[in-house]
Design a binder for this molecule. Structure first.
Ligand SMILES: O=C(O)c1ccc[n+]([C@@H]2O[C@H](COP(=O)([O-])O)[C@@H](O)[C@H]2O)c1
Ligand SMILES: Cc1cc2nc[nH]c2cc1C
Length: 332
């Protein structure tokens, strides 16, 4: 069935046409991806991709690099915000090590997709080789295809990854660093000024770049792997829920590499990270929520899951004929 047919199904339900606004649009989009209108069948999962970023050594984050590995342990111990929200919603969480510098845990529930001990500093040279960039995409693709849930939420963890995401978005879109940059974990005014000068220097090393070259130049490992996972999930009829600023940069990379995959992507929220609005506008993406969140980890994506499920529940409504409810007097 195509989206027109799904909309026609909704138009027969006991409500004025279009009265559920964006929820109807969402229902039609989701049904077009999964080809399934049965309410209650949309299983969901969250994957958190983690990695370190060499550009952290330039002092572009409010937090030290070791926090990435420490938060990975926290995710596995179910102590982070993503765990709290996922627990409340009954959504399982998987954690993928794409290249954390100091791995503090060796546990079988930490998925190993390590591409190195953090990327190289992209203010000085390429973050990774072209081969590693291609591997990030391909390992992500296999992972995205292998997921069994219908709604896949993708989150990330990586100190300094707002810098990598800013550079990646700049290389892919040409939007100025000044319009993409934000405070990340919370740098102060002086920190933001410093971050801007570091990122402008890093961006000036190269011109506009093709997608894989952009990933190789600016990183990061978790962003590339997430982009691959988005491509793999979209290609296997799953609904991809995009989280905040960094995940949106990954989605831009996925869209550049696999045009058309945006049809399967739902943008969960507008992050408070300053440059997210510019990125969403460039991608013509309409986020569902705006709660001024800027944590990452997939927290925004998780919150979109009940809305997505509620949208599909509309296909279970009675039609005017089934419920013997009179249609519009104007149509009589
Ligand atoms: O998702 C977002 O919009 C978002 C915005 C700002 C920060 N973050 C998170 O904060 C970390 C990156 O911030 P920073 O300042 O170290 O670049 C990383 O772990 C992200 O998950 C996430
Ligand atoms: C504590 C902390 C938790 C995070 N979760 C995602 N990014 C983060 C950054 C910090 C610093």
């Amino acid at each position: 069935m195509n989206s027109r047919t799904f909309q026609q199904l909704l138009d027969q339900k006991t409500k004025p046409i279009g009265s559920l606004g964006g929820l109807e649009e969402l229902a039609v989009r989701v049904a077009s991806v999964t080809n399934d209108t049965r309410p209650g069948t949309l299983s969901a999962s969250l994957t958190i991709f983690a990695a370190d970023h060499g550009i952290a050594e330039e002092g572009v984050s409010a937090f030290p690099q070791e926090v990435t590995g420490q938060m990975v342990s926290n995710f596995l111990a179910e102590g982070a915000a993503a765990n709290a929200i996922a627990g409340e919603l009954g959504i399982p969480v998987a954690v993928v090590d794409c290249g954390v510098k100091d791995v503090l845990v060796s546990r079988e529930d930490l998925i190993n997709m390590r591409l190195g001990a953090g990327t190289a500093n992209s203010a000085q040279g390429p973050a990774m080789s072209q081969e590693v960039a291609a591997k990030a995409i391909s390992q992500g693709q296999s992972y995205g295809r292998s997921l069994t849930s219908k709604i896949v939420c993708f989150g990330e963890m990586g100190i300094a990854n707002t810098s990598s995401a800013t550079l990646l978005a700049n290389k892919l879109s040409g939007i100025l660093i000044a319009d993409l940059i934000g405070r990340g974990t919370g740098v102060d005014d002086a920190g933001l000024k410093h971050k801007k000068s570091v990122l402008e220097r890093a961006a000036a090393r190269t011109g506009r770049l093709a997608p894989i070259d952009a990933l190789a130049e600016v990183g990061g490992f978790e962003i590339g792997t997430m982009a691959g996972a988005m491509i793999g999930a979209c290609a296997s009829n799953k609904v991809v829920v995009v989280d905040g600023f960094i995940a949106t940069a990954a989605s831009a990379l996925a869209r550049a590499l696999a045009p058309g995959c945006e049809a399967s992507m739902i943008y969960a929220h507008r992050s408070a990270e300053q440059g997210h609005t510019a990125m969403l506008e460039w991608l013509k993406a309409k986020p569902l929520l705006d709660l001024q969140m800027r944590l990452g980890e997939g927290t925004g994506a998780l919150l979109a899951v009940p809305i997505i499920r509620a949208s599909v529940s509309l296909f279970g409504m009675a039609s005017f004929t089934d419920a013997r409810v009179s249609g519009r007097s104007a149509d009589k």
